[in-house]
Write a protein that binds this ligand. Structure first.
Ligand code: NAG
Ligand code: NAG
Ligand code: NAG
Ligand code: NAG
Ligand code: ZN
Length: 375
């Protein structure tokens, strides 16, 4: 009887611990050799705009009278850029969403168990790999990425945390703050030769984090006028910032723009879970190296009904997924695309090699069977 009890208990304990071992340990590996494409990149700089908590349908759905509440971004989708839906994953929170955007992986659950503000694991990101990154936005979001970057080439500009009142009646002020700061930053750079010279260097990133829509969604829900008006304000702000940046760089055609969101929001103003209203986020990209809007006449390979709902059947939609190079976003030579795919594949292989090495080191040799290489 005692033996039976002990065996039963042991089995339960082992199963219980294994759950934590499987799901709550970071799968990230470090020390891979970085690879890059040897060809000249089509863009010198990236402007990344993240409208926190913006649902895909809230951006793409037209008003009842057929006009758009985001006329600028709609014109980009129709004439200049490529659009699609990006799919986030549970937990649909800001940190994991941004990690996926700037580092290219879905953060493991263990990260959330350790609180959502800090980086529980170190990871490389496009900010860290940039020459300089200037960020504007929420004091909750920006510092954790600056921390993950080595050296001091990631500069953050945040508003005081007290202003970020989630019940504030006019949260869109948070976004106006960002746009105003960006404008005055480029203005001051005109008369500051040091700053101007750094801005003209290649491999720079400008990151605008807009928390107003998220805050309005929590306070008033996504169907509210506050949430919807905030989307219009963001659209106008993006239009203005783009024109300022284009002027600053003498319309050199070397700036790439990406507009997206880190997660959506349910109808009752929450996020974190896996409902489509939380996981479906908009993606619009345009500028240097990015494919122009492509008209299509044949049915598109999506059957979720969104193309009809959003009146976008006639424009090619390109959804993105993890680990796959979004070739249809690129306007470049076949050689460039091939080289980029090759680099991507080699980089994924590096992770596999590192994982295999770690596994080999921690496994008894007679229990370790490597995958067979296929010739
Ligand atoms: C559609 O409605 C919006 C707001 O209700 C209005 O601002 C816009 O001018 C209207 N557009 C047209 C084409 O009537
Ligand atoms: C950040 O970039 C530097 C230089 O490329 C690299 O040495 C470092 O490992 C990166 N940080 C992380 C956390 O990977
Ligand atoms: C010029 O910009 C640099 C870098 O942002 C800054 O450190 C410096 O104080 C600025 N100089 C003036 C005169 O504003
Ligand atoms: C692709 O980029 C080239 C310049 O590199 C430009 O001339 C051309 O118009 C672009 N094509 C599209 C479809 O965006
Ligand atoms: Zn968020």
């Amino acid at each position: 009887m005692i033996t039976f009890f002990v065996i039963g208990l042991t089995v339960h304990v082992v199963f219980f611990i294994s759950i934590f071992d499987i799901y709550f340990t970071s799968p990230l590996v470090h020390g891979m050799t970085p690879h890059s494409t040897p060809l000249e990149p089509p863009a010198s700089r990236l402007v990344l705009v993240v409208a926190d908590g913006l649902r895909a349908d809230s951006l793409f759905t037209l008003l009842p009278n057929g006009s758009s509440r985001t006329p600028y971004l709609r014109s980009i989708i129709e004439d200049k850029g490529t659009w699609g839906v990006s799919h986030t994953r549970v937990p649909t929170e800001s940190r994991p969403g941004h990690v996926a955007l700037i580092a290219g992986f879905y953060e493991d659950v263990s990260a959330v168990a350790k609180g959502w503000k800090e980086n529980p694991v170190e990871f490389d990101s496009v900010f860290n790999e940039s020459r300089h990154t200037w960020c504007w936005g929420s004091p909750d979001i920006l510092p954790m990425f600056a921390k993950g970057a080595s050296g001091d080439h990631v500069y953050t500009h945040t508003y005081p945390a007290v202003e970020e009142d989630f019940a504030s009646t006019d949260a869109s002020k948070l976004d106006s703050w960002v746009f105003t700061q960006v404008k005055s930053f480029f203005k001051s750079a005109q008369s500051n030769s040091t700053l101007k010279a750094s801005l003209w260097e290649d491999k720079n990133v400008f990151f605008l984090h807009l928390l107003g829509i998220d805050t309005n969604g929590h306070a008033h829900r996504p169907m509210s006028q506050e949430y919807l008006d905030n989307i219009g304000l963001v659209d106008a702000g993006v239009a203005e910032v783009v024109s300022i940046i284009e002027d600053f760089f003498d319309n050199d055609g070397r700036t790439a723009y990406v507009f997206t969101s880190d997660h959506g929001m349910t109808n009752w103003g929450s996020h974190g879970a896996g409902h489509p209203s939380e996981t479906l986020t908009p993606l619009v990209a345009w500028g240097a190296g990015i494919q122009k809007a492509k008209g299509v006449t044949e049915p598109q390979p999506y059957n979720d009904g969104f193309l009809q709902d959003w009146k976008l059947e006639h424009l090619r939609r390109v959804d993105v997924s993890q680990g796959v190079l979004p070739l249809l976003y690129l306007n470049n030579s076949e050689r460039f695309k091939a080289e980029s795919m090759y680099t991507n594949a080699i980089q994924v292989l590096e992770q596999f090699k590192m994982k295999m090495m770690q596994k080999k080191e921690t496994t008894l040799s007679f229990l370790f069977t490597p995958y067979q290489y296929v010739q």
